[in-house]
Design a protein around this ligand. Structure first.
Ligand code: NAD
Length: 494
């Protein structure tokens, strides 16, 4: 029987009258029934969160909260394979990726923020005024309150825990929602929280859709204090408008249309490998993926040929096959969106170097949501296919002549999330990197993450930074306290 995926509200698992089907993208089969939260259930979760802040959870010290996060991490570890299967069934990604990236990163997120909050310190200044009086200024960090955390489907538990862990570490109560496409791993995390006796109401999980559904009810609830969101730029803009009247805090990690720049002095093979990785990881469904590849003209033809060969060797396969490189798109709707860009690219004059269609397997996968890895060339810089995020296994490769041209064309985007630069010239790496209009720049690598570093984008790619102390800053309010410790010396005092 298909699994029923519930909400977790105030420490209890809750069913909804309305439910929807959870599909396996590999073959389109139904793998679960998911409860769809109503506005009333969203309100219950917000009230439970408020009560938790007034109760045991609100009284926890940072060290006690860190201990709870460690227990969550240990609980995920104990159910490691269940999390792997949940991620694989919801997304069709490879078992290998779930085991080596998604689930380990969820564990690391909880451990990292536990350590961070244990070591967090505040500021203190001794102030000597012009008249000689003295005061002590110091800051205290307090939770924001009820934090709404909404995450997308592309890296489900990795991104869900990236929001939930710091929010809890800083003492907030969380009302969260995973994507309707990937409900299972958040449900499992609720089970872990329940099993370890996590303070009731501090961590709530609602299932359901976004607009006109649970997500909308969450962001428009008057009693929430902040929204941390990862997803599409248009959704971020909508959330911003919705919370504007209440002047709620927001942290947005949004879409990208990222450039990779390959200079002629790059290690050629490493650059080809790097672009294959940055274009096709997770079937191109990573906000950081390169969709615009700029290659210096002297190596352009050779590069396109090498990239074509590597792309055509990628194996589209089932999640448990160790040979698999590429899985399906998350949904029929998303497959249709990517295919619509395949058609648009042809209308806009692209040369399809490889791919550009839906594969035919001759088995049950033909009911799944697959597309073929694709390379385009020949589009003008203002083509819609070069300006809009496709979010699939596809890139466009274009030649450039000078460093200045490469910088200008890479920066010519409404988005600004990540840039990958391939060069062996150290001076060039330092010269070009700070000129990129993106929140992240990688040189001779891609996707290498240190959780202490700031993560986020500029322009339509987001607002704010998370990671390390940047997460401390977003998930807490700082109050400055100024205490007079000595009057101004009176005349004649020694
Ligand atoms: P999406 O915006 O459609 O949905 C994301 C989440 O928001 C889902 O949980 C959805 O239910 C919810 N949602 C949708 N409409 C809502 C509304 N009106 N009110 C409240 N919640 C709402 O995005 P998606 O298709 O799930 O994810 C893909 C997008 O996410 C891509 O654009 C990708 O670039 C972006 N993304 C960005 C990052 C980053 O770190 N910058 C990381 C991963 C994905």
């Amino acid at each position: 029987m298909a699994q029923r995926i519930q909400h977790y509200i105030g420490g209890r698992f809750v069913d909804s009258a309305r439910q929807f089907a959870n599909l396996n993208p590999v073959d389109g089969t139904v793998v679960g029934q998911v409860c769809e939260a109503s506005a009333a259930e969203v309100d219950q979760a917000v009230q439970a969160a408020k009560a938790a802040l007034q109760g045991d959870w609100g009284r926890c010290s940072p060290a006690q909260r860190a201990d709870w996060l460690e227990k969550l991490a240990a609980g995920i570890e104990q159910r490691f394979e269940a999390f792997v299967q949940a991620e694989v069934l919801d997304t069709g990604r490879t078992v290998r990726q779930a085991r080596t990236l998604d689930v380990p990163r969820a564990i690391a997120n909880f451990r990292f923020f536990a350590n961070l909050v244990r070591q967090a310190h505040t500021e203190c200044f001794e102030t000597i005024a012009a008249d000689g009086s003295r005061a002590l200024n110091y800051t205290v960090r307090k939770p924001l309150g009820v934090v709404v955390a909404i995450s997308p489907w592309n890296l489900p538990i990795l991104l869900f825990s990236w929001k939930v862990a710091p929010a809890l570490a800083l003492g907030n109560a969380v009302v969260s929602k995973p994507s309707e496409e990937t409900p299972s791993s958040a449900f499992l995390l609720a089970q872990v929280a329940h099993d370890i006796g996590f303070p009731a109401g501090a961590f709530n999980v609602l299932q359901g859709f976004g607009g006109d559904s649970a997500g909308q009810a969450m962001i428009s609830h008057p009693d929430i204090d902040a929204v941390t969101f990862t997803g599409a730029s248009a959704t971020g803009a909508h959330i911003m408008k919705t919370v504007a009247d209440g002047v709620k805090d927001v942290s947005f990690e949004l879409g990208g249309k990222n450039a990779a720049i390959v200079f002629e002095d790059a290690d050629f093979d490493a650059a080809v490998d790097g672009v294959v990785q940055s274009t096709f990881t997770n079937s191109g469904q990573v906000c950081l993926c390169s969709e615009r590849v700029l290659v210096q003209r002297s190596i352009y033809e050779r590069f396109v040929a090498a990239l074509k060969a590597r792309t055509e060797a990628l194996v589209l396969g089932r999640p448990d096959d160790p040979a698999t490189d590429i899985g399906p798109m998350i949904s029929k709707k998303h497959q249709a969106k990517v295919v619509s860009y395949f058609e648009l690219a042809r209308q806009e004059g692209a040369t399809v170097v490889t791919g550009g269609d839906v594969p035919v397997f001759g088995d049950d996968r033909d009911q799944g949501f697959w597309v073929r890895p694709t390379i385009w060339t020949g589009l003008p810089d203002d083509a819609r296919c070069l300006r809009e995020e496709v979010f699939g296994p596809v890139c466009h490769v274009a030649p450039f002549d000078t460093e200045a041209q490469a910088i200008a064309r890479a920066n010519d985007s409404d988005y600004g999330l990540a840039t990958a630069i391939w060069t062996r010239d150290l001076s060039r790496a330092h010269r070009v990197s700070p000129q990129m209009r993106s929140g992240l720049v990688w040189v001779n690598t891609w996707y290498l993450r240190d959780l202490r570093t700031p993560f986020g984008g500029v322009r339509r790619s987001g607002i704010g930074r998370e990671g390390g102390r940047h997460s401390l800053d977003f998930y807490s309010e700082v109050t400055n306290i100024c205490i007079k410790i000595q009057d101004a010396p009176s005349t004649g005092d020694h």
